[in-house]
Design a protein around this ligand. Structure first.
Ligand code: SF4
Length: 370
């Protein structure tokens, strides 16, 4: 089973609650009043609305699903593709307090918290932070370069709701090139082994670049199988504001080409990307923007509109949800979104019902339980 039954049930209940009783303040469109986004072109990404039909009342409800919590942006590495160390260079020495992190988690209410950064294992109160989030009945993915896992392991307790998500962009030579330091792959693998030996759940976290050979990704998954890694997250590296000045990033067409054989990989290895998301990656249908689905909180506040683009930082989650002109974003609405393949980490189509097909929930359920 790719995702534990309890987690599937919790997420399904949360999604149903938010679709049946959506918070009205979060559903308003602010297009007429938009001054934050100078790139706006048109105001809808919902095909039925474009065609002049009213969308079904259950679809396109805005609510958070996966919160991206960045307690700090400091990192021991300077990975080639990292936007954070560039965009937040001026505040890289700052960090959130434990209280600020927990207040944000409570304010947002998303059932899954992705603790990222920076390198979150450099956060001095990472153990108490994870414990307090788990105590709130939430799920955690801790995204790390893996180098400090072995050293920090004693600060955590194994929990079905907690996953170490370890960055590995290829086998040793290419991963070390991507993170710009020799030896990182080996240390990350030591971290994976230590975490698995201590009873923790571990995923690998891979980004696919223009030069990535998908056969190497298969080799990586095969190599990781010996350590009984629980899942693989994999995503394309698309250009966005903080990083798109370089040639390593994929256009939408490149993404479709790279991922055309992803089904074969997914049958062989526990890839944690649903078949519906894979259809987006393969270009079989348009990926909608669900920026509100994974709100990001960091030292500057709530980052709007999304993890990638920064047009504003808000003090409160409520302000992010009510003051962002969501309808101005997404491919076709904003040129900066043209190559975006962001998904909310769970299942945007089934969860939000945008560009969805009748069969999606069944397909997703079968996959989750496979
Ligand atoms: S970059 Fe992606 S997630 Fe962000 S607003 Fe654009 S389409 Fe949405």
């Amino acid at each position: 089973m790719r995702v534990p039954l309890g987690q599937v049930a919790d997420m399904a209940a949360y999604i149903a609650k938010n679709k049946l009783r959506p918070k009205p303040e979060w559903q308003r469109n602010l297009a007429a009043d938009d001054s934050a986004n100078p790139f706006k072109i048109i105001h809808t990404q919902i095909p039925s609305a474009r065609a002049g039909r009213k969308p079904h009342p259950m679809i396109n409800k805005r609510f958070p699903l996966v919160m991206m919590l960045e307690p700090l942006h400091a990192c021991n590495l300077t990975c080639t593709s990292c936007g954070r160390i560039r965009e937040y260079e001026s505040t890289v020495r700052e960090r959130l307090t434990l209280e600020q992190c927990l207040r944000a988690v409570d304010e947002c209410g998303a059932p899954l918290v992705s603790i990222c950064g920076g390198e979150p294992l450099l956060y001095p109160e990472i153990g108490p932070l994870a414990a307090a989030i788990l105590q709130r009945g939430k799920y955690i993915q801790l995204c790390t370069n893996g180098m400090f896992i072995a050293k920090k392991l004693k600060e955590f307790k194994p929990d079905n709701a907690f996953v170490f998500n370890v960055h590995l962009d290829g086998m040793e030579k290419n991963h070390d090139l991507a993170v710009e330091r020799p030896g990182v792959f080996r240390e990350a693998i030591e971290g994976v082994k230590a975490a698995k030996a201590a009873g923790f759940k571990v995923f690998s976290n891979t980004t696919v670049y223009k030069e990535t050979d998908m056969r190497e990704i298969e080799e990586l998954f095969e190599y990781l199988a010996q350590f009984k890694v629980d899942g693989h997250t994999i995503a394309p590296a698309y250009g966005y504001s903080a990083v798109n000045d370089r040639e390593i990033f994929l256009t939408r067409e490149d993404v479709h080409e790279k991922f055309k054989s992803i089904d074969k990989l997914s049958k062989k290895y526990p890839i944690v990307a649903s078949p519906v998301y894979m259809e987006f990656l393969k270009g079989e249908r348009d990926l909608p923007c669900t920026a509100w689905g994974n709100p990001t909180y960091n030292v500057k506040g709530w980052k709007g509109p999304c993890y990638l683009i920064t047009d504003a930082h808000y003090d409160t989650f409520e302000e992010l949800m009510t003051r962002t002109p969501w309808e101005n974003y997404g491919a076709g609405n904003d040129p900066r979104c043209a190559d975006c393949m962001v998904h909310c980490g769970y299942e945007p189509s089934a969860a939000y019902g945008i560009n969805s097909k009748f069969s999606d929930p069944f397909k997703s359920l079968a996959w989750l339980l496979s």
